[in-house]
Write a protein that binds this ligand. Sequence first.
Ligand code: SAH
Ligand code: SF4
Ligand code: F3S
Length: 484
Amino acid sequence: MAQQPSGLGLSELPLGVQIHKDPLTGQNLIQKGDLIFPPRKVWMKTFGCQMNYHDSERILSHLKELNFDQTEELEAADLVLFNTCAVRDLANQKFYSQLGEIKHAKKKKNGLVVGVGGCVAQTEGKELVEKYKHLDFAFGPDTIDMINDMVYRTYAGDHKFTINSWDRSENFSIETKITHGSPQAFVNIIKGCNKYCTYCIVPYTRGKERSRRKDEIVQDVKRLVEYQGIQEVMLLGQNVNSFGQENGETLAELIHDLDQINGLELLRYTTSHPYDVSDELIAIHGTAKKLAPHLHLPVQSGSGTVLQRMHREYTPEHYLGLLEKLRKVAPQIVISTDIIVGFVNETEEEFQDTLKLLDAAQFDFIYSYAYSERKKTRAAKMEDFLTDEIRMERLRYLQAYQLKIQEKIRASMVDQTFRVLIDGHGNMGGVKKYKGRTTCGRLIHFLPPEPEKDYQWHWADLKVTSASALSAQGVLVRDLGRRP
Ligand code: SAH
Ligand code: SF4
Ligand code: F3S
């Protein structure tokens, strides 16, 4: 099919969509079915994990086809969308309070359309639409590719509907859509999760595991690298380690193939489940040249009995054994993790075992959370005697404990030189400083030697002058420009 230039950043128009020019204003008008879509603005708020952020980007990319551009100003919006997270109560509460506030925006602006997507919408969409009068529609994560049909429906006069069906197709096949101009892209390789850890809501919000085919992903990444200037790719999934199981393919094979792509500089993947880390995957950390020397490997707890109650299917010893093997094949590798403290009936001794694991594992950083009971999960049915005070106390203790470990590890960065991709700048005590992340994911700030020069998305070598537990300061040794 011949490419139809649309002037909207869309190389090809979807079926049934036409573009007209408004003779009076000169604006592009998009016709879909019986409706004309003038240029409009969408304001979007995203909660949760990288998959949700990536979904939001995909939604925005679809909405361009209906003439919607993103705005940061709520007052300017014609369409308001929330992409929600259900994993802990805190994210939930933030969303509910913001949804409540939108009521006022809707009163001020006639015709403002409000939609809620994501993991909360999957499980509670119907109730939300019934309860919040100003909410027009709700949609689950498996329906985001239908967003334009939903928006069309609301402009056609249909309101108060919920679409949270599961995608019934056998294959998970999509092309990555990006809207930003950065050289970093997220690429979905597997969706859903079959693990059913007893505390976790994700299998109920994201459904069964379904992998894309390896060759399709390789073609997709090639296209991103060749035509969209992508240099860094993050492979995404709730459990990327079970990638390809239903198709007889593996993550290690996928990494091997992606490693051959000319022009791709860096490859990462997240999130990994320790149970599925194979010897083949460990080995590829020693051989793939483009694979980042960083692995996020959530352990959740250092206690064997807690891990059993969580249904994590490994022991602390097995986990530490994996780290040992990884560090053997890739001595520079940096490991990070997730920890849940205060899981149902966690004893003081079990908590101490987690501290011991922190000592043994020497994580470069951790995300840590107090256990938050989620309806529908198996853990929610367990009788729980632990109080929230104890949970919070243990969380604070654990975080302070880890910071000390981190401080020591990071101190060794001083005087070393790291290759970074410069991804932004900020104001630090009235001074403009650029920042970049090392290939192992550590943040380094530096003073630009030429204050007027734009260093954004340059690769550079930075020599670290001081390092704290969370970030480092450095000096620019070599500016490699936009591509090394
Ligand atoms: N698929 C990933 C991440 C899932 S959610 C994995 O398997 O690790 C991200 C993190 O949120 C989890 O690693 C876990 O540490 C935390 N989390 C999930 N459910 C939680 C709950 N009910 N309470 C507190 N933290 C939770
Ligand atoms: Fe949740 Fe466990 Fe699946 Fe991760 S592996 S998404 S923690 S059920
Ligand atoms: Fe949250 Fe859903 Fe991600 S529950 S962590 S947004 S998969």
